[in-house]
Design a protein around this ligand. Structure first.
Ligand SMILES: C[S@@+](CC[C@H](N)C(=O)[O-])C[C@H]1O[C@@H](n2cnc3c(N)ncnc32)[C@H](O)[C@@H]1O
Length: 226
């Protein structure tokens, strides 16, 4: 499973519709996982991408993939905690935070940290989700997101909601593989059967929630005011 979170095509589409990207464009992909978004962006635009993730094995995989695509000059991948990276990385044209949740704090705190990593009038891309009403404990409403954008001094340029059909297909593909792998691991580690079974269940619950209609998966493209 290379693509762990966001749908790279949705991100590519939003960028090509709204931003002039050149080979000198610098993109920061925070919590890049195995580098699927970074590498697809470098392939699509020939731009420079730096991906950072906490898990060394994910970074090793991303480096290998970049080499396989001949993109080692365009893509840099390093192991790191993005809470540290947001303090040190700056001057990017675009920063991406895709399927990462609240690792950088609440929505407003996250936006303020991301803002510091991009140049004046730079772009912030967040792939997340919102709830249609305020009954959900994890996901905020769209209104709350919009208020945070305004409070943080960023402009909503465009948004792309994940298509229900596409989301369903991706969820099924991923869930089949998660289930298969969890069953292999149950055989190797019989003491941990409950842990793996619980994981399959929690992933299925997440898919059901995303497909239930009350939670909308969305990619927001924002621009720093100044
Ligand atoms: C669901 S994956 C998303 C990966 C990628 N952004 C994508 O959309 O394909 C979430 C990633 O966040 C990373 N992560 C979580 N907390 C982190 C932290 N504090 N610093 C760096 N990476 C982190 C995990 O290792 C994992 O790869």
């Amino acid at each position: 499973m290379w693509e762990l979170g966001a749908i790279p095509n949705d991100i590519i589409h939003l960028i090509e519709q709204n931003i002039e990207v050149t080979p000198n464009t610098k993109i920061l992909d925070l919590a890049c996982g195995k580098g699927a978004v970074s590498i697809n962006l470098a392939r699509a635009f020939g731009c420079k991408v730096k991906g950072i993730d906490l898990i060394p094995e994910f970074i090793d995989y991303a480096v290998t993939k970049a080499l396989a695509y001949g993109l080692q000059d365009r893509c840099e991948f390093i192991v790191g905690d993005i809470n540290e990276s947001v303090l040190n990385e700056n001057g990017y044209d675009i920063v991406i935070l895709a399927s990462v949740g609240d690792v950088l704090g609440n929505v407003l705190e996250t936006l303020l940290k991301l803002k510091k990593t991009v140049r004046s009038r730079g772009y912030i891309l967040i792939d997340d989700a919102y709830s249609k009403d305020d009954s959900n404990k994890v996901h905020h409403t769209r209104e709350l997101w919009l208020k945070a954008f305004s409070d943080a001094g960023v402009r909503l340029v465009a948004e792309k909601k994940a298509e229900a059909r596409v989301l369903k297909d991706i969820n099924k593909y991923n869930q089949d593989r998660i289930t298969q792998r969890a069953h292999e691991l149950m055989k190797s580690y019989p003491d941990l059967v409950d842990l793996f079974a619980g994981y399959i269940e929690s992933q299925q619950a997440e898919c059901n929630e995303l497909e239930g209609g009350n939670i909308i998966s969305v990619t927001w493209l924002l621009q720093k005011d100044y």
